[in-house]
Design a binder for this molecule. Sequence first.
Ligand SMILES: CC(C)(COP(=O)(O)OP(=O)(O)OC[C@H]1O[C@@H](n2cnc3c(N)ncnc32)[C@H](O)[C@@H]1OP(=O)(O)O)[C@@H](O)C(=O)NCCC(=O)NCCS
Length: 170
Amino acid sequence: MKIIFDQYQIRDWQQSDIPSLAKYANNSNIAMNLRDGFPHPYGEKDAEAFIERTNALKHSTSFAITTNVEVIGGVGLALRQDIHRFSAEIGYWLAEPYWDRGIMTNAVRLVCDWAFTEFNLARIFAEPFSANLASIAVLRKCQFVHEGTSRKSAYKDSQFIDQEIFALVR
Ligand SMILES: CC(C)(COP(=O)(O)OP(=O)(O)OC[C@H]1O[C@@H](n2cnc3c(N)ncnc32)[C@H](O)[C@@H]1OP(=O)(O)O)[C@@H](O)C(=O)NCCC(=O)NCCS
């Protein structure tokens, strides 16, 4: 897939993304808001393994956000199964120098529009940590509705923390 907006692109991952992916993903301000599956520290080997895993999938659901020269973030969907097979969870991160310019709001809006059709979804949801006000702002700006709080649902950095449930339904 390829989506172009402003001077940015959302596209499949490429081997050549390894250096910029490792450069920007290696940031505790990003890792602290994501699941532990997102490595910290994040090196080129992690970037290489991630891109290899992603590109091995028959239908890719994980995409790079790029400028004309480098990767500045990622956005992905985890498609659910069984009775949840019309749902997907969306996850995303952006390189810190690019925060607060509206980039992720645009990216999430465009990827959701694309994914509802591509995967015939009824629901896209996200579960940001309750303290992650930037992510919550992105979801609200993309018309996600707050459905509740999962108390102590995550154990991150040796602490139990709450998550907010946001969803967009078609
Ligand atoms: C969350 C993240 C992707 C946002 O990307 P972004 O491109 O900066 O987002 P946008 O610029 O589109 O919107 C950010 C909004 O959050 C607001 N915001 C930022 N920091 C904030 C804070 N500490 N408190 C309240 N609002 C805040 C901004 O003002 C903006 O809202 P506005 O347009 O109404 O002013 C980015 O901060 C990030 O990568 N964080 C680390 C990883 C992460 O949290 N991923 C999501 C996991 S659920």
